[in-house]
Design a binder for this molecule. Sequence first.
Ligand code: KG4
Ligand code: ZN
Length: 359
Amino acid sequence: MTDPLILGLESSCDDTAAALLRGREVLSSVVEGQNSLHAAYGGVVPEIAARAHAERLDLCVERALEEAGVTLKEVDAIAVTAGPGLIGGVLSGVMMGKGLATGLGVPLVGVNHLAGHALTPRLTDGLVYPYLMLLVSGGHCQFLIVRGPQDFTRLGGTIDDAPGEAFDKTARLLGLPQPGGPSVEAEALKGSEKTYRFPRPLLDRDGCDLSFSGLKTALMRQRDQIVAQKTGLTVQDRADLCAGFQASVRDVLAEKTRRAIALYLSENPSEPALAVAGGVAANMAIRAALEGVCVNHGLRFTAPPLRLCTDNAAMIAYAGSELLAAGVSHDMTLSARPRWPLDRTATPLVGHGKKGAKA
Ligand code: KG4
Ligand code: ZN
């Protein structure tokens, strides 16, 4: 029997996306970003995002069908992000998913956006449960033990900003272009991490929680101090500030990863692995540090290709396929959820990211 053809829809933040998936084969994955719509406001404007999703989702679906070389009639199921995220955008996707599922007479499954990210290493690398996951992006930062499509244990997460957000703010403070991650990383390569040493937040506290907002303040103070002393920042000062900042994020993530690994390994997983996903996983210094930690602890290290670890609909279709295979589907009462923690037993994290509340 061939695997079902699944149409995935994603609209929870500032990317409108549709994808077609059969088994573990991504037939097409269309992602339309909204950066230009929000650029003037310095962050995602929920109303603008919601409107753009409503206007573009059907176009994304058309393109995804065309690129996959299939017709809507061939689709066997619809998987749609039902949260967490900006509610207007999530609603657009859920309404579209319901309409398509009803019109086609096929099952509908509502997917947790974070589960989409967390299950991606199974799609891309065939990881077996349970594996350890570090989600690090502009909106997310958490350690999870992934045990099944609906079974997650959160070991810790950020209590304020996500690391990508800290990179973006750092870039803004130093007059570098957005998104901040790649520009700060490029500057850091030209600087020395020894010139300015920034704090390593929360290392003195047990566990795997993280904090990045103090780091941004420390960077701002250091910048202001240099400006006051020298009446301006030299190109080298800026590179050194970036290198110092990045080293702090790298060290904190590496140390918290060591702690998360210790908790995970105490459960004797059959094929120990750490997967890292999210935009920040693109940072070579951070990636190398995490890879080193894995080598030291005997874990396989994987990082899905960037196009599948930043927001996309293929991950939603894939998570949907695992849910459907487990007998999960939803009817027209499926609701859009602004908050939807993966681990319902963990105490909520208090932080709010630039891309909405963290689940
Ligand atoms: O996963 P993503 O595309 O979107 C969500 O936030 O969900 O992640 C984007 C974030 C941005 O904050 C961006 O600055 C950061 O990932 N990022 C990086 C790098 N590339 C992207 N951060 C550090 N180093 C990078 N090379
Ligand atoms: Zn995401």
